[in-house]
Design a protein around this ligand. Structure first.
Ligand code: BDR
Ligand code: CA
Length: 319
């Protein structure tokens, strides 16, 4: 079976770090590059985290590209206090990693998306797990890419549950609703992996202890950064009983869509008024067949968490 070519677009905080590990641990896909976004951290800090994590996981060969530093409608970005509380000021739970020996690529993340879409076409899978600013910018620069790529499976949004920033919006979409709206209404074949499913897939310190017990550097560092995230969830979402595996679930669903149940729906993102940032069905296209956009509404959580632990534990045992 031909392997997917995967690009991750990350605001490298803790669950983004888990998404990198899931992609590297999955034989079904070749991670061909990471594009950095702002969000949980400033773009340059996220890029550095991605470089350092790839080195920790023994893959300094995977290129990292810098994306845009702020939302499409703004001219600056500051990290929200809640992001620092959940991911730590450095984005990876204040865990110190050895600084990578290399720098990010000189090509921009936007151009990398465009080049890869033309080169790999339907074999390319894009998994954004931060704001959609970079992908919307690539689409604006080269609208053809929407029809070229295999699929976009993104972490963001909330359809059947409340948001996590306010009752209607989820954090990644909230950063740049205009960019998200462009992506949702585009011709990308798109699956939304939102809070509907990601807050059902949870991890506790019982699992992270297994990584610590491996006595490898990657096992120890990943246990430490994930425990920071688990502790933050005890304060911000005590009703869940663990931390939400948002971003790795998007990678897993991109590789194996049967992990989630989806609803075919033409979607939009509200960009103004009291519902700004809401991801919902587009009433103007409600009578058109929804051929391109799906929203995940249920997940086989047991199967996913088992796969997640199997894959990451194997990866950390070797690093
Ligand atoms: C999403 O927001 C970010 O903080 C997380 O990394 C995840 O991608 C959850 O709402
Ligand atoms: Ca993220």
């Amino acid at each position: 079976m031909a392997k997917y070519k995967m690009i991750l677009d990350l605001d490298t905080g803790i669950d983004d770090a888990l998404a990198i590990a899931y992609a590297l641990a999955s034989e079904e896909c070749d991670l061909i590059g990471i594009v950095g976004s702002y969000g949980n951290i400033l773009v340059e800090d996220g890029v550095q985290n991605s470089l350092d994590l790839l080195e920790l996981l023994g893959r300094p060969d995977i290129p990292v590209f810098t994306g845009l530093p702020h939302a499409s409608t703004k001219d600056s970005f500051e990290v929200m206090p809640i992001s620092a509380q959940i991911h730590g000021k450095n984005g990876i739970g204040e865990v110190k990693l050895k600084k990578a020996d290399r720098k990010p690529e000189t090509m921009s993340g936007i151009d990398f998306f465009i080049e890869a879409a033309h080169k790999y076409g339907k074999d390319l899978v894009i998994v954004p797990t931060g704001p959609l600013t970079n992908l919307a910018a690539a689409l604006e620069k080269d609208p053809q890419i929407a029809k070229l790529v295999g699929k976009v499976t993104l972490m963001g949004g909330a359809l059947t549950v409340p948001g996590n920033v306010n009752p209607v919006t989820e954090a990644n979409i909230n950063q740049d609703p205009e960019a998200a709206d462009k992506v949702f209404r585009s011709e990308f074949p798109l699956t939304m992996i939102g809070l509907d499913v990601t807050t059902r897939t949870l991890l506790t310190t019982k699992e992270t202890q297994k990584w610590r017990d491996l006595k490898t550097l990657a096992g120890e560092k990943y246990a430490e950064l994930t425990d920071y995230y688990i502790d933050a969830y005890k304060v911000t979402s005590p009703h869940l009983g663990g931390c939400a595996l948002h971003d790795p679930l998007a990678v897993a669903a991109a590789i194996d869509p049967s992990l989630v149940t989806t609803l075919d729906l033409n979607m939009k993102v509200d960009t103004e008024g009291p519902y700004a940032g809401r991801t919902i069905g587009d009433e103007t296209r409600i009578n058109e067949p929804a051929l391109l956009t799906k929203a995940a509404v249920n997940v086989d959580k047991g199967r996913f968490v088992d796969l997640f632990m199997e894959r990451l534990t194997t990866l950390f045992s070797k690093n």
